[in-house]
Design a protein around this ligand. Structure first.
Ligand SMILES: [Zn+2]
Length: 214
């Protein structure tokens, strides 16, 4: 099975991916992790990507595509993989299809979630400034507001998780990814999942879909 999970940042696709990869024997390929690994390994692509990241710019399509297509061509991906966070743009989707011409994507799952849900999920995140423990003001609050249960230090909100920035990222995402979703829809390759529901409810549906494909 070769899967693509699509959805806005905060839609919960990474959480769902982690729940199914072992069961279905898939390699979980998350773009962000792969990018960080390449940069850390100082590979040729990693060094190039680093220059863009250091300049505060997005890593260009062709670089991201080269990394992803090289990764899915590795032996461990032969039994199947799950792409999480890729393709993000229409050119990336087209390039991926060219790279996978002999083993095309089996299905893409689109985790559709309302802006209000995403803004709530992301802006409510808090992290311990000392030990890194993660909380959420409503879904997983600490016993004492603003204080870490584990070590008693102050909880902070990541700069990136502020409402204005979340809304900005969402607007960019909608712009780019709606084209990717349309692309897969035209090929009858996308299943849309209502991701405004609980993690458990979504997980049940994802399992059903994947069992139908396996
Ligand atoms: Zn702590």
């Amino acid at each position: 099975m070769r899967l693509v999970f699509l959805g806005a940042p905060g839609a919960g696709k990474g959480t769902q991916a982690a729940k199914v990869v072992d069961e279905f024997g898939l390699v979980h390929v998350a773009t962000g992790d792969l990018l960080r690994a390449e940069v850390a390994a100082k590979s040729e692509l990693g060094v190039k990507a680093r220059a863009f990241m250091d300049a505060g710019r997005l890593v260009p399509d062709d670089l991201v595509v080269s990394m992803l297509t090289a990764r899915v061509a590795e032996d461990d991906c032969k039994s199947g993989f799950l792409l999480d966070g890729f393709p993000r743009t229409l050119p990336q989707a087209e390039e991926l299809d060219r790279a996978l011409v002999d083993h095309p994507v089996t299905r893409s799952l689109f985790f559709e979630v309302s802006d209000e849900q995403i803004v709530g999920r992301i802006t409510g995140r808090r992290t311990c400034s000392e030990c890194g423990a993660a909380y959420h003001v409503s879904a997983h609050p600490p016993k004492v507001e603003g204080v870490c249960d584990r070590c008693g230090k102050a909880l902070i909100q990541r700069q990136d998780d502020r409402e204005e920035l979340v809304k900005e990222r969402l607007a960019i995402f909608r712009d780019q990814t709606s084209a990717v979703v349309r692309y897969y829809k035209d090929k009858n390759m996308v299943t849309t999942i209502d991701a405004d529901r609980s993690v458990e409810a979504i997980s049940v549906e994802v399992h059903e879909i994947l069992r139908g494909l396996a």
